[in-house]
Design a protein around this ligand. Structure first.
Ligand SMILES: O=C(O)CCC(=O)C(=O)O
Ligand SMILES: [Fe+2]
Length: 200
């Protein structure tokens, strides 16, 4: 397993493309797809309530209560399939993660819009570890402020089955990220973003 720095992020973004061997990633995908309590979370955008275009399940230790897009979630308990994964991801990242947001993108119409994971519960420079399973999808980062040429820097990553992406340092403060829709035919994808929720 090799964590590679992604250029232009000064150590704030690292990726291991085959962090989980394919057979383990296959098994994990199947277990999570059938066992998690997938639900359509509701989002508040400009005062309107809308259904998120994906299915989600929030998992964590009992004290890891969390607000996401203006909604307070009580975490589900850790399913057996995620106990060793949480341990291994925590070791790789060097952070004792106490929660994970699971997202299921059923096909190319499911997506996640532009945001930063900068909620106060995550602290000022959070480490977020993102494990991708299933179909490869495009993950895009865009700077919040223009560079010296007046451009908003953009970075595109393809996140394959079993890959682990670490976002650290100023990544949330300086960038937004998104998982755009795609018109290409793609199968389902599960993404797990491990987070450390601080007591507030
Ligand atoms: O699905 C992804 O790769 C991104 C998920 C994400 O940004 C999040 O859960 O905050
Ligand atoms: Fe995110």
């Amino acid at each position: 397993m090799v964590l590679q720095d992604i250029d232009g992020f000064e150590g704030g973004l690292q990726c291991a493309s085959a962090w989980l061997p394919a057979s383990e990633a296959d098994e994990l995908f199947i277990a999570l797809q059938s066992e998690l309590g997938w639900a359509r979370h509701r989002l508040r955008i400009f005062g309107r309530e809308i259904d998120a275009p994906r299915l989600s399940c929030w998992i964590g230790d009992p004290d890891a209560a969390y607000r996401y897009s203006g909604v307070r979630f009580m975490p589900h308990a850790w399913p057996a399939a995620l106990v060793p994964v949480r341990q291994a991801v925590s070791e790789t990242a060097g952070v004792a993660f106490n929660s994970v947001l699971a997202n299921l993108y059923r096909d190319g119409r499911d997506a996640m819009g532009w945001h930063s994971d900068d909620e106060p519960e995550l602290g000022s420079a959070p480490v977020i570890a993102s494990l991708s399973l299933g179909a490869t999808r495009r993950f895009v980062l865009k700077a919040k402020r223009p560079d010296a040429h007046g451009q908003l820097a953009r970075h595109v990553l393809e996140l394959p089955h079993g890959s682990l992406l670490l976002m650290r340092g100023d990544t949330q403060a300086h960038y937004r990220h998104a998982l755009p829709r795609t018109a290409k035919p793609v199968g389902p994808r599960i993404n797990l973003t491990f987070r450390r929720i601080l007591p507030v």
